[in-house]
Design a protein around this ligand. Structure first.
Ligand code: MN
Length: 256
């Protein structure tokens, strides 16, 4: 995206009263508690639209994974049911960047650009996964450029599914090892970059996930960024939270 390019914009229908934003559920087959919390949430939320801002899945190896009975197929079924009741939007994270148009069509999801401006009740909210703004994480940004490349994705998706699963496992092991490195400091969203995005978007509030550091940060000049919580329903205390936008602003809602 060039510096001058306008961000994607989505104008909410006037009938939407509340919108839920969520991210970083990192759903995976061997963490059933978080899957169950997510299922319960999808079946009970009163929101008029859902915006999933990346890392719904711990890993996504290709949309064809849903053709086999198993975890991906169960996730697709739940999303399809949810999207039949209200619009569900999906933005890619750094884990589930391979979610593709076939999966979106199968589930009735609308894929969103990162970032996207949501215009709700006349207010502009800038939505992002957040990884693009972690400018200090230069190794990751190099990796991101590689795996978002269309040719790289075509060649990865052309491999047999078991080979893709094995590759994803080894990438995850490497990432866990990197996280465990002594002195490892997590990159956070760069304030100047976030301010520049907000100014370009004509918005005052950036909402993002990715860093797993739920907070609200003042960025000066009335600008702010709100960081979504990650989910881990097996943690003590459990984490399962959405950000609910309405005419009265943004409010965190814990999923029970
Ligand atoms: Mn992430």
């Amino acid at each position: 995206m060039s510096d001058q390019a306008a961000f994607a914009e989505l104008v909410a229908p006037a009938a939407w009263r509340t919108v839920d934003l969520l991210s970083d559920l990192h759903l995976q087959a061997d963490e059933p508690a978080t899957f169950d919390a997510w299922r319960g949430y999808l079946q009970t939320t009163p929101a008029d639209a859902l915006f999933i801002l990346g890392d719904l899945f711990e890993v996504w190896i290709g949309d064809d994974a849903t053709a086999l009975p198993g975890f991906e197929a169960r996730c697709a079924e739940l999303l399809r049911e949810a999207a039949a009741r209200r619009p569900v939007f999906f933005m890619h994270g750094n884990r589930d960047f391979l979610v593709g148009p076939a999966f979106a069509a199968q589930c009735g999801l609308t894929l969103l650009d990162d970032p996207t401006v949501l215009v709700l009740h006349g207010q502009r909210w800038l939505l992002s996964h957040g990884d693009l703004l972690c400018l200090e994480d230069t190794d990751y940004l190099k990796f991101r450029a590689q795996v978002r490349d269309a040719a790289w994705q075509r060649s990865f998706l052309a491999r047999p599914i078991e080979e893709r699963r094995a590759l994803a496992r080894s990438m995850r092991t490497q990432s866990e090892a990197r996280k465990a490195t002594p002195g490892m400091v997590w990159a956070d969203v760069d304030t100047d970059a976030a301010r520049e995005w907000l100014q370009r978007a004509g918005a005052r509030t950036l909402v993002h996930g990715h860093t797993h550091k739920p907070a609200e940060h003042a960025l000066g000049d009335g600008l702010r960024r709100i960081v979504l919580s990650d989910w881990d329903a097996a943690a003590h205390p459990p984490r399962a939270q959405v950000l609910c936008l309405s005419t009265t602003g943004a409010r965190r809602v814990d999923v029970r």
